[in-house]
Design a protein around this ligand. Structure first.
Ligand SMILES: [Zn+2]
Length: 463
């Protein structure tokens, strides 16, 4: 086992822990991925940035990583509906659920690229990992951790796993019957806190698979156990996700994985904090969902979002505002211009010492906010030679990935282009297709090619 210089806060032991690498080759990291029935909003993207930041920081320290991020295209039941979110969306829009899922998956990858997140090593899809999940469920039944209910669904028997609750603090004896899990229907559970590993199809006809227990579909939690055990070969050095996934998702995942493997599968659980936008939690019901495309439509560089995130530590809640994003956008432009003016990097003893101090901040639980403050001071300090400042900025940008050496800013949309795009989106929502076609032609004349997919309108700037 190798101990890396990076320390991160472990949710389960509630301690700052050095990241260790179990197999002496590369860090094995699992990050819970998106549910692809709608676009990832910027709050979701904050979590996905965390995995990128960790991979880049470890890479700087000389360690490679294998990062697996699942694509949930089946199995994630909404908390207060009996419907699958994706199937609900599919019925509403009269589209094939897989077409919707693939379109949103595609948009997810494009959004990640826009905020400088390097691709993971693998993005396994739940719908293509059914056998893997069934094998794990069979194993859990054989080892008496799971049982087949009278409704032909398979349940994990929570009481067979004595350390349930270590991650979230929600111990079984303190959980009240009727607390909300992902299913409101208790089905044929023996104990209120048991959860479905495999759900019997019932009346459902789409996204249903044969199984030893009859036709059905997998629960959400089993997906992450099956994929992490399979793709990371039985051991996870770091398991990442948003703070809201601690319970029940990660608690259930830990029970499933450990029960099957017979040991602690995940060494360290790391969670990213929530994001507020203009003072409120971002949600569809609150009507304040912000997407990367909304940032671009305001003429802001999507990397301004990345910088805004970096100006806060991953473990602190952020209240993001349009003003903060606009300020980050101008910081980015200024840094790019300065870096160009400063010219070539000239490493010196002084610059190496400064860089070492900044890297030490990052290694200490990713203190990106402190590094951002330091960078602003270095930027203004005329006593530091220009080439030295350039060297420091370029080195930190290997981790910050703000594309500071970009020669010119990406073509920002003009106010006219933005207005036409919004107008066209509204026309389509009103089913005014004649107007929407007219607007498409006007946009094309302004070098914006609009495309319509199951996930809505997207565009490309053509040169
Ligand atoms: Zn997960």
């Amino acid at each position: 086992m190798i101990t890396t210089p990076l320390s991160l806060f472990d949710t389960r032991t509630r301690t700052l822990m050095p990241v260790t690498i179990n197999n002496e080759k590369c860090a094995r990291i699992y990050s819970c991925g998106p549910t692809v029935y709608r676009d990832a909003h910027v709050g979701n993207l904050r979590t996905f940035l965390l995995s990128d930041l960790i991979v880049r920081t470890l890479a700087y320290a000389g360690f490679t990583s294998t990062l697996i991020q699942n694509i949930t295209d089946v199995g994630h039941m909404s908390e207060d509906l009996h419907e699958d979110k994706l199937l609900a969306e599919s019925a509403k829009r009269k589209l094939d659920p897989y077409a919707i899922a693939r379109d949103y998956e595609d948009r997810f990858h494009k959004d990640l690229a826009l905020i400088g997140v390097a691709p993971a090593s693998g993005y396994p899809r739940a719908s293509e990992s059914i056998q893997m999940m069934q094998d794990l469920i069979v194993e859990l039944i054989e080892k008496n951790f799971a049982y087949v209910g009278e409704d032909s669904s398979v349940y994990f028997a929570a009481q067979t796993f004595p350390t349930y609750g270590e991650i979230s603090g929600n111990r079984l004896d303190a959980l009240q019957p009727g607390h909300r899990y992902e299913y409101t229907d208790d089905g044929a559970k023996r104990f209120h806190a048991d959860w479905a590993l495999w759900k019997s199809a019932g009346n459902r006809t789409e996204m249903v698979w044969d199984s030893p227990w009859g036709p059905g579909f997998p629960g959400w939690h089993i997906e992450c156990s099956a994929m992490s055990l399979h793709f990371l070969e039985g051991h996870v050095d770091l398991h990442l996700g948003g703070i809201d996934l601690r319970f029940p998702h990660h608690e259930n995942e830990r029970a499933q994985s450990n029960a099957a493997a017979g040991y602690e599968v995940v060494t360290q659980w790391v969670h990213g904090e929530h994001l507020l936008f203009e003072g409120r939690k971002m949600s569809k019901s609150a009507g304040n969902v912000v997407l990367v495309s909304d940032i671009a439509a305001r003429g802001l560089d999507p990397l301004a979002l990345r910088l805004s995130f970096l100006e806060n530590r991953y473990r602190s809640q952020i209240d993001l505002t349009w003003d903060a994003l606009t300020a980050a956008d101008s910081t980015l432009s200024r840094w790019r211009k300065k870096l160009k003016d400063w010219g070539a990097s000239t490493p010196t003893q002084e610059s190496e010492a400064t860089i070492a101090a900044l890297i030490a901040l990052l290694m200490n639980d990713l203190a990106t906010a402190d590094v951002a403050i330091e960078l602003r001071q270095i930027e203004r300090d005329e006593s530091i030679p220009r080439g030295v400042r350039a060297h420091i900025f370029r080195t930190i940008d290997q981790i910050f990935a703000l594309d500071l050496d970009r020669a010119e800013a990406l073509v920002a949309l003009t106010p006219e282009q933005s207005a036409l795009l919004s107008e066209r989106e509204a026309a389509r929502a009103d089913k005014d297709y004649a107007r929407s076609d007219e607007l498409r032609d006007q946009l094309l004349a302004l070098k914006i090619a609009v495309k319509d997919g199951p996930g809505g309108q997207s565009y490309e700037v053509i040169s």
